[in-house]
Design a protein around this ligand. Structure first.
Ligand code: B12
Length: 474
């Protein structure tokens, strides 16, 4: 069997280290055909990769590129420099085997990343079947398969609709992340990622999800999802399982069915999810989520000002957000709220409307993350708006340095000032640029949790520490 080395280049540990689910899915899918090894760079940061390449002697190497940058307009982190210097270049110096790229960050900027890294091949969007077909043809020295998702060095093809009609998504093997990498370091501050579907049918003007996963939903059987959690719990014990779907509770009914399947198996796992969409929240959903084992959720209204919600094309209304917020308090479900300020139509008045919403509807034990400025991505409605308003020029590369959109009503400096004012008067509201806690604070939080036996979500412990620091400052 030919040997394939898959490399996770993501070294970001904020808001917590996340295990490479995408690479693990590929590894499970390819296992019948190749001898596959996964190198996880999250903690090792590339240090032992050259030794592994020397000893394993792969025939092909795939690099996963998840993050290009951190989407924080202030002090943006551009991850690609370290991906090139600490991962790709050292490997290239050791071997001439074909280098294949993939991952969500790569898929947003395929041509740019190909040029930046000098890789041989790239796979846009979901990778399982495309990389298999690519490897087979490389192995047989056949002509390359004619697939819209496949990018070749110096080629010009850029796929527009990545989902592969030939991949039978609902029957792909489980990721079994912990069988491909050492999962132990994730147990203290990490999660075990689970995907229940692919696709996003929403049309938020700035977002890449529909182009990464396709606009139509492809659902997994809820019983398979529950069985995957059960099997993983048998292997790794009690960890937090996190759903990584673009939005958890769309299309209507699927999230409820996932919860029911988990409840039926009496698993009682610890669950969390991002992307609870205010449009489809209900008492029934919250009842089921509580019974299934949710201990934390994320909600991303972006704004509570009706005009901005509409301009961002969020697909829900202020009423939906209010209903969702009252469900959150009624069920006392720890929640991280994400607000994205500066979109089209934002003015000081609309910022005030969001602030008033936070005051009236969000409890002070819940955290509010405030982002200022919208990352402009290619092929999005926001790109068109930004071009029309002259924020970016036709042909301007959106890759690096990353451009951000600020509405004329709230230029960056004005918006930063308003958000700092909110931060100063609300201990639970943090600008994104300040949201990454220093390592000492994380250590303190870990110690405090141990000492007091706290089982609350980490963000609540961090908020406690912040509140204490603030009150001693005053
Ligand atoms: C869930 C999610 C989160 C969750 C993660 C929770 C968790 N447990 O993993 C949270 C909210 C914590 C999060 C945080 C962040 N995220 Co995020 N996140 C996502 C999201 C919605 C899904 C990622 C996912 O797991 N998908 C499911 C897996 C199965 O798919 P996959 O990894 O893409 O793998 C498939 C393919 O990409 C491909 N593939 C992957 N690797 C390889 C390798 C090869 C060789 C090949 C051929 C193919 C291939 O095949 C896989 C299987 O089909 C994506 C958007 C999206 N829809 O993809 C954004 C996304 C990845 N995030 C993004 C960003 C920026 C971040 C943050 C930096 C934001 C921040 N400042 O906090 C952090 C970084 C966190 C970290 N430590 O890395 C960006 C990256 C783009 C960019 N600008 O760089 C994305 C694309 C969203 C966006 N803005 O467009 N995120």
């Amino acid at each position: 069997m030919k040997k394939l080395l898959l490399v996770n280049t993501n070294i970001e540990k904020f808001p917590y280290p996340i295990p490479p689910i995408g690479l693990s899915l590929l590894a499970s899918y390819l296992a019948p055909f190749y001898d596959v090894r996964v190198y996880d760079g999250v903690f090792d940061e590339g240090k032992s990769l050259p030794d592994l390449v020397r000893s394993y002697k792969p025939d092909f190497i795939g690099f996963s590129i998840r993050n290009i940058d951190d989407v924080v307009a202030d002090k943006t982190i551009f991850y690609m420099e370290r991906i090139l210097e600490d991962f790709i270049r050292p490997v290239r110096e050791l071997t001439e085997v074909p280098v294949i790229l993939g991952g969500s960050g790569f898929s947003v900027f395929p041509e740019e990343v190909m040029a930046y890294t000098g890789a041989d091949y790239g796979v846009i969007g979901e990778g399982e079947e495309v990389i298999l077909r690519l490897l087979k043809s490389l192995e047989a020295e056949n002509e390359l398969p004619d697939l819209p998702n496949l990018v070749v060095k110096n080629g010009k093809n850029r796929a527009k609709s990545p989902p592969n009609s030939f991949l039978v998504y609902h029957s792909i093997p489980f990721s079994q992340i912990d069988r491909h990498i050492d999962f132990n370091p994730y147990k203290q501050r990490g999660v075990y990622s689970i995907q229940t579907k692919r696709g996003c049918a929403l049309g938020c003007i700035y977002c890449t999800y529909p182009s990464l996963e396709g606009k139509t939903y492809r659902l997994r059987d809820p019983d398979d999802v529950a069985r995957e959690i059960e099997e993983a719990m048998d292997r790794v014990g009690r960890v937090t399982f996190e759903f990584v779907d673009s939005t958890f509770n769309e299309p209507a009914g699927h999230a409820e069915n996932i919860c029911r399947a988990i409840i039926r198996r009496k698993l009682n796992p610890q669950l969390r999810t991002m992307g609870v969409n205010p449009r489809y929240t209900s008492r029934e959903l919250f009842d089921l989520m509580m019974e299934a084992g949710f201990t934390q959720i994320d909600i991303t209204p972006d704004s509570a000002a009706p005009v901005v919600i509409r301009n961002l094309n969020k697909g829900f209304t202020r009423k939906d957000i209010e209903r969702t917020a009252s469900l959150v308090s009624e069920y006392n479900l720890p929640t991280m709220w994400f607000f994205l300020f500066g979109g089209p139509g934002e003015t000081p008045e609309t910022v005030r409307q969001s602030r008033d919403f936070i005051d009236q509807h969000i409890g002070d034990e819940d955290m509010v993350l405030m982002l200022a400025g919208l990352r402009i991505y290619p092929n999005t409605p926001l790109e068109k708006i930004a071009l029309k308003e002259g924020v970016v020029r036709e042909g301007e590369l959106l890759f690096h340095p990353s451009p951000y959109y600020f509405s004329v009503g709230t230029p960056k400096s004005e918006l930063d000032r308003m958000l700092l004012e909110i931060r100063d008067t609300h201990h639970n509201c943090l600008p994104a640029s300040e949201s990454s806690p220093p390592p000492e604070m994380i250590q303190k939080a870990i110690a405090l949790r141990k000492e007091r036996g706290l089982t609350e979500p980490m963000f609540r412990t961090l908020l406690r520490i912040r509140k204490d620091i603030k009150s001693t400052e005053l």
